[in-house]
Write a protein that binds this ligand. Structure first.
Ligand code: IMP
Length: 193
């Protein structure tokens, strides 16, 4: 079965491809001219639905399935920031590194070495039967430095519950087993059947 991904974030595409090994996964940039999708809602779920619907409508083939992921990291001591603004924490053209170092800076500024944090992933599916959404979460802590190169985004500063290393240092199999995205993808798979 073919699934079009409404994302071109390389880190997400790689993780989704690994979780959906039996499916043909095609990032939308391979089948459509790139276009901007306004992700201006204030929940992960609504943003995921906006993306999935936009790509589904642009494709114009009712039989395709479009899968989107809207995700981010929330730090309760910072009022759950950056949350839905994770990808744009330092501005519209922010790089993943800019955002990572801004979050580290926000902790350092307050003298926080380590504090609880969690990742959220909302996955939306646009299909001819309608639009569906599911969620997954991963809890842990963020630290005031970046360690390791695995994963992407904020992973070098995130230590998952039950581990003593960051996702940047841990083997990729840890994310495949326990991540917010993997949990949401497992539920999405059950919807696709
Ligand atoms: P989105 O493309 O608007 O959903 O942005 C998601 C942003 O959240 C990414 O650019 C990352 O900064 C962050 N993020 C989401 N999931 C992860 C993850 O699994 N690891 C690290 N950062 C993540």
């Amino acid at each position: 079965m073919k699934i079009i991904l409404a994302t071109s974030n390389k880190g997400k595409v790689k993780e989704i491809q690994k979780s959906f090994e039996k499916f043909e996964i095609v990032p939308f940039s391979e089948v459509l001219k790139p276009f901007d999708i306004e992700e201006n809602a204030d929940s992960f779920k609504e943003n995921a639905i906006i993306k999935a619907k936009a790509v589904y409508e642009a494709l114009g083939d009712k039989n395709l399935i479009v899968l989107s992921d809207d995700s981010g990291i929330s730090v309760p001591i910072l009022g759950n920031e950056p949350g839905v603004r994770s990808a744009r924490y330092t501005g519209e053209n922010a790089t993943a590194k800019d955002n990572l170092y801004k979050l580290i800076y926000e902790l350092k500024k307050r003298g926080i070495k380590r504090t609880p944090a969690f990742y959220t992933a909302a996955i939306a599916l646009a299909t001819k039967e309608g639009v569906f959404s599911v969620h997954g979460w991963m809890y842990g802590e963020v630290i005031d430095e970046a360690r390791g190169d695995n994963g992407f985004g904020y992973d070098p500063m995130f230590i998952p519950e039950g581990f003593d290393k960051t996702l940047g240092e841990l083997d990729e199999s840890v994310k495949k087993e326990f991540s917010h995205r993997s949990k949401a993808l497992r539920l999405a798979k059950r919807l696709i059947g």
